[in-house]
Write a protein that binds this ligand. Structure first.
Ligand SMILES: NC(=O)c1ccc[n+]([C@@H]2O[C@H](COP(=O)([O-])OP(=O)(O)OC[C@H]3O[C@@H](n4cnc5c(N)ncnc54)[C@H](O)[C@@H]3O)[C@@H](O)[C@H]2O)c1
Length: 254
């Protein structure tokens, strides 16, 4: 199951998996096998019911990819609450031989967030997260995107090693793309894109193509991935290494 399959990274992932002979159930607001709005509770419930109808014996893998990047609380509702509902809701259906799950996060987790909103997301309090998001001054609303993605990445770290995922035999990982050439950033003109790449570099080959992200997602879903879980792989051509440098493992584990 791939959400956000009608466009960009989701469409490329669906295509990539189909080229390897997997049967993919695409999910989106339009042009998909399952048409739902993941921003709504009803849409999230319909997702589970419709996937169950299409795959009564269960599914192999789920990719929570659908997302928006808007200075609006919709960004929290789709990216965090829709993403988590997709992964948690479809987890019981992951009952075939090599179940796998992937979340599409973003390198934007390195940008400033709104802490209260991240905490409200992690507490599962959608009403509070939306209220706090609506109350943000206009100049901070752009942080809703980073907040939604950081909350999702932290949620993944919290649950991946638990009984529900790792101990149940389900690797759960994330990819964190840098800038990817999809409609999500298609409104940016060439000057804006050049500025983005200057400020948030991607030295290995520049702007990513959707299929380059799809290839990493696809490997994480393969039966060959037997031990990698709880990881977020930056698919950003080395930008994250330039931004964070080498010291990302400080803090001793006793
Ligand atoms: N493009 C980038 O530069 C970039 C970078 C990092 C992360 N991402 C992430 O990658 C994922 C895919 O983005 P993309 O670049 O392919 O964008 P895109 O706009 O091309 O595709 C997103 C898809 O999600 C679907 N979607 C949005 N809201 C939905 C809803 N409420 N219910 C169901 N489906 C919904 C859209 O209809 C669309 O088909 C997103 O989670 C995005 O945040 C993108």
């Amino acid at each position: 199951v791939v959400t956000g399959s009608a466009s960009g990274i989701g469409a490329a992932t669906k295509q990539y998996l189909e080229s390897r002979k997997y049967k993919v159930i695409g999910v989106d607001r339009h042009s998909a096998d399952v048409i739902v709005d993941l921003a709504s509770t009803q849409g999230r419930e319909d997702l589970i019911a419709q996937v169950l109808r299409l795959a009564p014996s269960g599914i192999d893998a789920v990719v929570a990819n659908a997302g928006v990047n808007l200075p609006d609380v919709l960004t929290l509702q789709v990216n965090f609450f829709g993403g988590v509902a997709t992964l948690e809701g479809l987890r019981p259906l992951l009952r075939r031989q090599s179940p796998r799950a992937v979340l599409v996060a973003s390198r934007v987790v390195l940008q400033p967030v709104v802490d209260d909103i991240v905490e409200a997301c992690l507490a599962g309090d959608e009403e509070l997260a939306v209220r706090l998001g609506d109350a943000l001054p206009a100049e901070l609303k752009a942080r809703l995107y980073a907040s939604s993605k950081l909350a999702a990445a932290r949620w993944l770290r919290r649950v991946a090693g638990s009984d529900a995922w790792a101990a149940a035999g389900i690797p759960l990982n994330a990819v964190a793309p840098g800038s990817v050439d999809t409609p999500m950033i298609g409104h940016r003109n060439s000057d804006e894109l050049a500025r983005t790449l200057r400020e948030r570099p991607m030295p290995l080959g520049g702007l990513a193509k959707p299929h380059e992200v799809a290839a990493v997602i696809s490997w994480l879903l393969e039966p060959d991935n037997t031990k990698v879980t709880g990881q977020m792989i930056f698919v950003d051509g080395g930008g994250e290494t330039l931004m964070r440098r080498e010291d990302i493992w400080s803090g001793t584990v006793r």
